[in-house]
Design a protein around this ligand. Structure first.
Ligand code: NAD
Length: 421
């Protein structure tokens, strides 16, 4: 990129810039670049939902398939007021690379509805979910596209979606969605899988760097599925979780928040972090610039940007969320010597255990949680080791290495399959 070009900050601009950097390193020809820079198919839907007061409201949703060369596509469904087609495209592309890094036999997809799920009643949420599920049904199926939860969606929503898909087929299709409740073919360990994967990746990165997690200080941004589990596992491993935040507030205790379980319980029951917590409250965005050993942004994309990257004092960043460090922040952090373990390695735990769930549903034979966690640990640590080996070979950042590996694998698969017809 020339000096005068605008600095890309949006998820799609970053996703494309990261891809084109990898394409340069891999010396891809223009045809291959064009295939991989584009999404394979996109569905955009507008659909009405009956609200509790009798009115009708029209919602907008998307399902995007980025690439299916390595297998059926996989990726979450997001409910958020910020969902738009470009974000969904970026997230779908990241899923392709994530599945390739972890060597899962999947391509990448993503979906979402532009809605604040907290503003809906349970009935409205169910009607919206079932109607959206029907609208995107033509894209879905265990051999085509297997969605999972993401921001603003959960196991209950996956259950409604799986039931809707099954009703429309006329028989039960448990392998059509992952992240479901255990009672209908969900997998042991799925709920905690992404946070567990973030923890395993950090553990492996620390081992690789010859460091110990004991007493390492950790700040976690976002206290939903990924952030809360990550914080719990770090605390259990003897690290000091000094700060956590959600969309409303942050709590900070330089000596380590000693009762993470209580914070989790409070967040689950009350929907917010405990206001009476003994630690200091701090403006929530200040969490990102605390002097900690490990910073884990696990909320949303575009949190560490060119505007605040210079102020980051953490010794290492592990991306729990998708795209939390923008591509204009990356070179600033590199310059400062702060390694970033990228999302497409660090948060693959969710899709890895979703893969296990799909395998179990397809064979109708289920594994114990210890087996799930052991296999997750093996796959995600191996992925980190492979990325670290590419970085040692080629230089650059962990993100560069992860992209080189992932894009290279998709290119190899594309070449092996050949171009139809
Ligand atoms: P979630 O909805 O359960 O939690 C998101 C959390 O972020 C909430 O606690 C919310 O309050 C908080 N948050 C929102 N804005 C914030 C802000 N400005 N400052 C601090 N906190 C803020 O979502 P999740 O499933 O935990 O996903 C979090 C991230 O991880 C997303 O980027 C998602 O795409 C990614 N991810 C999730 C999974 C998964 O399995 N759930 C897998 C891979 C990646």
């Amino acid at each position: 990129m020339a000096d005068h070009d605008p600095v890309p900050e949006s998820a799609i601009e970053c996703a494309l810039a990261q891809f084109h950097d990898a394409a340069e390193r891999l010396n891809l020809d223009s045809g291959m670049r064009e295939i991989l820079a584009n999404t394979k198919r996109e569905l955009s839907v507008s659909f009405p939902v009956k609200m509790d007061d009798g009115s009708l409201k029209v919602f907008h949703g998307y399902r995007v398939h980025h690439n299916e060369t390595r297998g059926p596509v996989k990726g979450g469904i997001r409910y958020s007021p910020a969902v738009d087609i470009d974000d969904v495209r970026a997230l779908a592309m990241w899923m392709t690379w994530k599945c390739a890094v972890a060597k899962l036999p999947f391509g990448g997809a993503k979906g979402g509805v532009t809605v604040d799920p907290k503003a809906l009643s349970e009935g409205e949420l169910e009607r919206l979910t079932r109607r959206f599920g029907s609208e995107i049904g033509m894209f879905i199926g265990p051999e085509r596209d297997i969605p999972a939860p993401d921001v603003g969606t959960n196991a209950k929503i996956m259950a409604w979606l799986m039931d809707t898909y099954s009703m429309n087929q006329g028989y039960s299709v448990p392998a059509s969605f992952t992240g479901k409740p255990i009672s209908i073919g969900g997998s042991a360990g799925r709920r905690e899988a992404t946070g567990r994967g973030v923890f395993f990746t950090t553990q492996e990165a620390y081992r690789h760097m010859g460091l110990s997690l004991e007493d390492a200080t950790v700040a976690v941004q976002g206290f939903g599925n990924v952030g809360s589990v990550t914080a719990k596992l770090f605390a259990a491993a003897g690290a000091k979780v000094v700060a956590v935040s959600d969309s409303g507030a942050a709590i900070y205790d330089p000596n380590g928040i000693d009762d993470i379980q209580y914070v989790i319980k409070h967040k689950q029951e009350e929907g917010r972090l405990p206001p009476e917590h003994a630690g200091d409250h701090l403006p929530k965005d200040d969490l990102l610039t605390l002097p900690v050993d490990i910073l884990i942004p696990a909320a949303l994309e575009s949190q560490i940007t060119s505007a605040n990257a210079n102020d980051v004092q953490a010794k290492m960043i592990v991306e729990g969320a998708n795209g939390p460090v923008t591509c204009s922040a990356d070179p600033i952090l590199e310059e400062k010597g702060i390694p970033v373990i990228p999302d497409i390695v660090a948060n693959t735990g969710g899709v890895i255990v979703s893969y296990f769930e799909w395998v179990q549903d397809m064979q109708a034979f289920f594994w114990r949680e210890e087996e799930i966690n052991d296999r997750l640990e093996r796959i995600i640590k191996e992925a980190f080791q492979e990325v670290a080996a590419v970085r040692e070979r080629d230089g650059g950042t962990y993100r560069d290495a992860a992209y080189t590996l992932a894009v290279g694998r998709v290119v190899e698969a594309t070449e092996d399959r050949g171009i139809f017809p």
